[in-house]
Ligand binder design. Structure first.
Ligand code: FUL
Length: 470
């Protein structure tokens, strides 16, 4: 009787623990699958050579000579990016759409006689090219007369209503936490709760980014680099975006036992600045540098949001487009040949080695992920010695993130250990690269986990040696 009681208590505890486990929403899981998309910083700063406009720039400053959002989309497509997020309103308050709630917009400019609308053009182009459309809107506003009063919260909400009503569907909404007001600056008490409720009501499928989510978090730096330990979970209670955010270290790696599911997004610019500056035309990151960024963002379980600033013509510069196309080529060529597909997947439970074909079936999203209910070993076995220098692991996140530490053993034909690699989290995608090795067996052992880890896929590659992670 007593035993039955303990057993029941144990089962109930497990059920409770599972129910408490933070899990992604369908929208968050889909967002994770987007992996790489573009950011476009565009506005008065493009024409004034500034990064942070003061908000007093005359509207006529904004005058792109050949705005062509379809060109942005063609380049995004050629780069393999899945969407574009545009700065609808940066800190200078200038609206790229004719908002009724501001007098500092495209409507007041002479661009297209005040009839132009960048958001309309980009949202239409994204639909045409099958890209997701996202909107950045800065809460900090250096122009709006109501900024610093409670009325501004209504302005911000009304602006968001315009965005959702006239330009939807909006896939991702980006709330920048930056605020550079000096000691005598205006202080705005943002009504974050009302902002969130507005999005939830008007567009429940939109994923919202800020330092602390609610759906996606900032990675803690603008270099595009996620932590080698990267939990999709975060403790957000008591924190807000901006000055009230957790430390950048915490944002970089998440909280192992964080109560909310808030995965990291790595925002970084292809150039030194966020906005276009002529003097940076020769400072565009090379395809190899972009590949490194990819390894350190998407390869560490985060998403990569790469900024490509349109020039004063309203088009992407050829240097940026060329780098993006070659970046895609590097990803395609290096991840074309998954060597694990030609080998056998196995699992070693207590009673010896058994076949495990789901491990390397080429299906990166699988409902039949291998569940490591105990600290089992899984791996890939080649018939002949094969050269590899890159491993890509994918964890099934649909029921939460679980692997906390792992060890990989590379064995040669004689089953001798040639290399040991230790790591912590896996997440959506963990890419591990190292100097090339001749191997016949690769074993993965999860040495610490929160609950049973689901391994959705185990991939092996030989990438160009110069591209391995530095
Ligand atoms: C920061 C802003 O201050 C920069 O201007 C840029 O928009 C970057 C993406 O976020 O917080």
């Amino acid at each position: 009787m007593k035993q039955l009681f303990f057993w029941l208590a144990y089962v109930l505890l497990q059920i409770h623990a599972t129910a408490q486990t933070p899990k992604p929403s369908v929208q968050q899981l889909n967002w994770q699958g987007m992996e790489f998309y573009l950011f476009a910083h565009f506005g008065p700063n493009t024409f004034t050579n500034k990064e942070w406009g003061h908000g007093d720039e005359p509207e006529d400053i904004f005058n792109p000579t050949h705005l062509d959002c379809r060109q942005w989309c063609r380049v995004a497509k050629a780069a393999g990016a899945k969407g574009i997020i545009i700065t609808a309103k940066h800190h200078d308050g200038f609206c790229l759409w004719p908002s009724k709630y501001s007098t500092h917009t495209v409507r007041e400019s002479k661009w297209r006689n005040g009839k132009g609308d960048v958001l309309k053009e980009l949202s239409d182009a994204c639909k045409e090219y099958g890209l997701r459309f996202g909107v950045y809107i800065s809460p900090w506003d250096r122009n709006h007369p109501d900024y610093g009063t409670d009325k501004y919260n209504d302005v911000f909400i009304n602006m968001m209503k315009e965005l959702f009503t006239n330009y939807g569907p909006i896939w991702e909404l980006w709330w920048d936490g930056a605020n550079g007001e000096g000691p005598n600056g205006k202080k705005q008490v943002y009504d974050w709760a009302r902002f969130r409720a507005t999005v939830k009501k008007l567009s429940p499928n939109t994923v919202v980014f800020s330092d602390v989510g609610p759906h996606i978090r900032w990675v803690g730096n603008e270099r595009g680099i996620a932590g080698t330990t990267n939990w999709n979970t975060l403790d957000t209670a008591g924190f807000t975006a901006g000055l009230g955010a957790p430390s950048t270290d915490t944002l970089n790696s998440g909280n192992k036992f964080g109560k909310a599911w808030v995965p990291a997004e790595c925002d970084v610019s292809i150039r030194p600045g966020w906005f276009w500056h002529k003097e940076e035309d020769e400072k565009v990151k090379t395809p190899a540098e972009l590949f490194q960024l990819y390894l350190k963002s998407a390869g560490r379980g985060a998403n990569l949001l790469l900024n490509v600033p349109p020039t004063e013509t309203g088009r992407f510069h050829t240097n940026d487009s060329a780098a993006l196309v070659d970046f895609k080529k590097l990803r395609d060529e290096n991840f074309k040949n998954n060597l694990a597909l030609k080998a056998s997947g196995f699992l070693i439970p207590h009673n010896g080695k058994v076949a495990c074909p789901a491990l390397n079936d080429g299906k990166t999203v699988t409902t039949q992920a291998i569940k490591l209910t105990e600290l089992y070993t899984v791996g890939i076995q080649f018939k002949q010695a094969t050269t590899v220098n890159c491993i890509r692991l994918r964890e099934d996140l649909s029921k939460g993130q679980n692997a906390a530490a792992f060890v990989i053993h590379l064995l040669n034909e004689k089953q001798e250990l040639v290399k040991e690699i230790k790591g912590t989290t896996i997440g959506n995608s963990r890419i591990i690269s190292f100097p090339a090795q001749q191997v016949t067996t690769i074993q993965l052992k999860i040495t610490e986990q929160k609950r049973p880890t689901g391994i959705a896929e185990f991939e092996l590659y030989q990438i160009e040696e110069v591209l391995i992670e530095k």
